[in-house]
Design a protein around this ligand. Structure first.
Ligand SMILES: Cc1cc2nc3c(=O)[nH]c(=O)nc-3n(C[C@H](O)[C@H](O)[C@H](O)COP(=O)(O)OP(=O)(O)OC[C@H]3O[C@@H](n4cnc5c(N)ncnc54)[C@H](O)[C@@H]3O)c2cc1C
Length: 376
């Protein structure tokens, strides 16, 4: 890369960031990704990619690759409460399930193939500047200059603290956990995602590539504290309290190593920009994991941001209207997802609401699935 400022630096090379860099680079613009992580890397996530996310991957030219990587197709869901009551339903369209190790790497490779540079294993420690004079993104190893910065650094980054975003350091609303399981018994999850709701959280089970089962859970701070933030301890309790969960886990062995524990999860919309920084994916807002739409929102918002920044690089969108225009397009991508994910939250976060899992839940969950997704 020459010394001239880049068209854009994208901070965060996960789904939102790499989708943006891919869409931008394939228009011929000069873009660099920066991520503190090296890829592949594991991620606290249930790994279910909803139909609109599958469609976004296809538009990004990655549809075949994601299937070749071994993604499982998921058409059905089941909601299970601790007393074993189970309701089943069909997803509006097929979803895919692939480990984040594979999916994120695949999108990142797509961005690099399109021409994006990537600086990995380097945290962005500061972002300074404005749209008028340009931005500087510093890592311990370099300073990158760019006309625009897109923040795709996920739900909770030290950068949020440095930029003074209000949720940073606030008491966490929820905690996420994740572990992989292995064993022939995983075939019982063929074609379906299973969500066990319990008082103060839920736990999802979904088949990914090579017969592995991804087990992701979300818990309120009370539940997480009671288990000393130890997922094995929490799982032990849930298994004892729910014979249905014990039966679903029967014959499955956890893969070696500790469970992943997520950064604090603060749910809700935060907005498409912070000052003159554009934001996409979880950095712009965190949707309830039960919707299975966080990844698709990240891909779709990343794609839309990349397209807008390409228009900006070509002079078709004025710098003065960039933030406003991104806000408009981001709202179009996200639609009513935050509203509906909040509305249905009590059903899925359990407590007294676990009793709502009954005959009406399948249509309700089906409706919720439609309302919290974009066009497939
Ligand atoms: C328990 C749980 C289960 C979930 N299950 C599902 C599910 O089944 N389906 C679904 O669709 N969604 C699910 N989600 C949500 C999903 O994981 C997120 O919505 C998605 O990962 C957002 O993608 P992103 O690209 O915006 O951010 P992320 O994937 O979080 O990526 C952010 C990137 O930014 C990097 N970064 C952070 N700070 C810096 C820095 N200072 N410098 C450089 N890089 C930085 C990180 O290393 C990371 O790679 C779940 C979430 C939780 C908590």
């Amino acid at each position: 890369m020459s010394g001239a400022p880049l068209d854009a630096v994208v901070v965060g090379a996960s789904l939102a960031g790499s989708a943006a860099a891919l869409a931008l680079a394939r228009s011929g613009a000069r873009v660099a990704l920066v991520d503190r992580a090296s890829f592949p890397r594991a991620k606290t996530c249930g790994e279910l990619l909803s139909p609109d996310g599958v469609a976004a991957l296809a538009r990004l030219g990655l549809g075949e690759e994601v299937r070749a990587a071994g993604a499982a197709t998921i058409r059905r869901f089941a909601l299970v409460r601790p007393d074993g009551r189970r309701v089943r339903g069909r997803l509006p369209a097929p979803a895919l399930s692939l480990s984040r190790e594979r999916l994120d790497l695949l999108v990142l490779h797509g961005a690099r193939r399109a021409g994006a540079a990537a600086w990995l294993g380097e945290p962005a420690t500061s972002v300074e500047g404005d749209l008028g004079s340009g931005f500087r993104v510093r890592t311990p190893g370099r300073t990158l200059e760019a006309r625009v910065v897109l923040g795709a650094w996920g739900r909770y980054s030290p950068l949020d603290g440095r930029l003074g975003r209000p949720f940073f350091g606030a008491k966490a609303t929820l905690f996420g956990f994740k572990k992989f399981l292995a064993g022939e018994a995983g075939r019982r999850f063929d074609d379906q995602v299973v969500l066990h709701v319990f008082a103060g959280g839920y736990l999802g089970l979904s088949l990914v590539e090579e017969g592995r089962v991804s087990m992701g859970a979300l818990a309120t701070p009370g539940v997480a504290q009671e288990a000393h933030h130890d997922f094995d301890r929490l799982l032990g309790r849930l298994r004892r309290e729910s014979p249905a969960l014990a039966a679903d886990l029967d014959g499955l062995e956890p893969e070696p190593g500790p469970a992943l524990v997520s950064e604090p999860v603060h749910l809700g919309s935060r907005g498409a920009s912070w000052g003159e920084l554009l934001l996409a994916g979880d950095a712009a807002g965190v949707v309830d994991p039960w919707t299975g739409s966080g990844m698709s929102l990240a891909l779709r918002a990343g794609e839309a941001a990349g397209e807008l920044l390409a228009e900006h690089a070509e002079g078709r969108v004025a710098t003065a209207s960039l933030v406003r225009e991104w806000d408009r397009r981001w709202r179009k991508v996200t639609g009513s997802v935050y509203f509906f994910s909040r509305m249905f939250r009590p059903v899925f976060l359990g407590g007294a609401a676990t009793s709502l899992v009954g005959p009406l839940t399948a249509p309700l969950a089906g409706l919720a699935a439609r309302l919290t997704r974009g066009p497939a």
